[in-house]
Each structure stands twice: as structure tokens, then as C-alpha cells.
Design a protein around this ligand. Structure first.
Ligand SMILES: Nc1ncnc2c1ncn2[C@@H]1O[C@H](COP(=O)(O)OP(=O)(O)OP(=O)(O)O)[C@@H](O)[C@H]1O
Ligand SMILES: [Mg+2]
Length: 251
């Protein structure tokens, strides 16, 4: 059984068929890359699965349960978390506070945050440990607004990871960082994901990153799934190479 399966999922924005009858699966313990040119529907698919807005039709099954109409919070509790294409951090808070806030919210303690600050030792220890996993502990007391773009991208992943998901969606975790920084970021993310035995579905445009780090690749085009296979299969797939990589080279 797949960890996640969408059944003929549909989302239209006016005339735009952003997600058009998509059957998308994520398996247990896999690192999956979701690729496709700009506007292919990748972020919309993740928005539907994470519950940001409802689909027009279709179903979302997580561990065999229908979560199509569940709230965002319900899905987080069930084990689905995501990071954002544009990072979603509190710039005026420290890195540590950003992670702690995610842990508090996971525990349903957000409203008590101010009174609990500094007193809930287990949360702060977990926040430090989470930053350590992502190689960020040395800067734990720095404001999220004052760190580098690469560190911000990693912190955003750490915040999603702090929700303790079984399935982690990452929307372009290496966008906006230099080519040199991409490999260390992906090394860090995939080592945490693989060590913890969770699944990750990573939206990514950089094909070197896609081929080097994923077990399986799903390619989208104009709201539909164009191909699904191992990196070797996708490399040999002429439809993908002409439609996506051809487009990428031309643009
Ligand atoms: N909230 C929205 N309202 C209207 N149209 C939207 C909305 N979100 C997405 N779209 C449209 O749906 C289509 C798919 O967009 P989406 O953001 O899912 O693509 P994407 O594959 O993530 O692209 P990119 O690689 O540029 O991030 C695009 O035509 C986009 O303009
Ligand atoms: Mg997108």
C-alpha cells in the first residue's frame, strides 16, 4: 500500500487546469522528486494534499484513510507536513524560537507559548536537537531574518520536520541558493529523511539535484502526470527529455 495516493485529483483556476485528474503516489521511505516546468501544477498538487485549499474533484488517501476534506491541522497530526516555495519563517524570532513554535503547535500548545517560554525544557531540548540535525545549532540564537538564504531554506525544512511527519513535502528547497550550496543542503535533508525512515516528496527544478538524490521521479506537465519512474528510466524517457528538459534548455 502506498503511504499517499491521490485519485483523479482535480483543481481548476478559471480556465487553468492546474491539476487535471492526477493519480499521484508516494511510497514508504522513499525520496521522490516532483519535476515539471513553471506552471505545471506541482505546487498546486502539494497545496491540495496539505489541505491549503480543497480539490474540485477526486480523493486523497493517506495510509489508506480518506483525508480529502480534513483540516490542515488534522493532516499535520496524521503525518503530512510541508515547506514552502517562498520560506514561511518568523524573521523577528530566533532560529530556535521558529523550531520551538512548530513543536508547540504540534503539541497544541501555541496559545500558551508566551507563558511557557523558557519553562518547557523538553520542547527547547527538542528544538536544539532538531537544529543540530540540520547543522544549524551554532546559530540557534540568531534571528531568522538575519541568516543566509541557504540557512533559511534549511530552517524552513527543519520547521516542517519538527512537526514529526511521516511524509514531508519540500517545495524547491534549493531555490534561490548558489549552485555550490545545493549539494550540502540536499545531503543534509536526505540524510535526516533516510535516517528517520520518513518519505520526502521534493519539488525541484535542478536536474542534477533530481537525478542525484531521488529514488523515483514524477514529471508533471500542464496539470497532468507525464511520466513516473526511476532516475534511469526518466533519463531514457524521450517524452520527458523533449517536453521538460527541451523546454528548460530553450527557456
Ligand atoms: N491561487 C491560484 N489562483 C489562480 N491560479 C493559480 C493559483 N495557483 C496556481 N495557479 C495557476 O495554476 C497553474 C499551476 O501553478 P503551480 O504554482 O501549481 O505550478 P508549479 O508547477 O508549482 O510552477 P513553478 O515551477 O513555477 O513553481 C499555473 O498556471 C498558475 O498560474
Ligand atoms: Mg511551484
Amino acid at each position: 500500500m502506498s503511504l499517499l495516493a491521490t485519485k483523479s485529483l482535480v483543481k481548476h483556476f478559471g480556465e487553468t487546469h492546474a491539476v487535471d485528474h492526477v493519480d499521484f503516489t508516494v511510497r514508504e521511505r522513499e525520496v521522490l522528486a516532483l519535476i515539471g516546468s513553471n506552471g505545471a501544477g506541482k505546487t498546486t498538487l502539494v497545496n491540495l494534499i496539505s489541505g491549503l485549499f480543497p480539490p474540485d474533484a477526486g480523493q486523497i488517501l493517506f495510509q489508506g484513510h480518506d483525508v480529502t476534506h480534513m483540516s490542515v491541522h488534522g493532516r499535520i497530526k496524521a503525518g503530512i507536513a510541508r515547506s514552502f516555495q517562498l520560506v514561511n519563517l518568523f524573521d523577528q524570532l530566533t532560529m530556535l524560537d521558529n523550531v520551538a513554535l512548530a513543536i508547540f503547535s504540534r503539541e497544541g500548545k501555541t496559545r500558551k507559548l508566551i507563558s511557557l517560554a523558557g519553562t518547557d525544557r523538553a520542547v527547547w531540548e527538542e528544538a536544539v536537537e532538531t537544529l543540530r540535525l540540520f547543522g544549524l545549532e551554532a546559530k540557534a540564537r540568531m534571528l531568522a531574518g538575519g541568516i543566509s538564504q541557504g540557512e533559511r531554506k534549511l530552517l524552513d525544512v527543519a520547521v516542517a520536520y519538527a512537526l514529526r511527519p511521516k511524509l514531508l513535502f519540500l517545495d524547491e528547497p534549493t531555490s534561490g541558493v548558489s549552485t555550490r550550496e545545493k549539494a550540502p543542503i540536499m545531503d543534509t535533508i536526505t540524510s535526516v529523511v533516510r535516517r528517520e525512515g520518513i518519505s520526502a516528496a521534493i519539488i525541484e527544478h535542478d536536474m542534477d539535484v533530481v537525478f542525484n538524490y531521488s529514488d523515483r521521479i514524477v514529471a508533471m506537465h500542464q496539470g497532468a502526470i507525464l511520466a513516473d519512474g526511476t532516475p534511469a528510466e526518466i533519463r531514457r524517457n524521450e517524452i520527458v527529455t523533449t517536453t521538460l528538459m527541451g523546454t528548460a534548455t530553450a527557456s
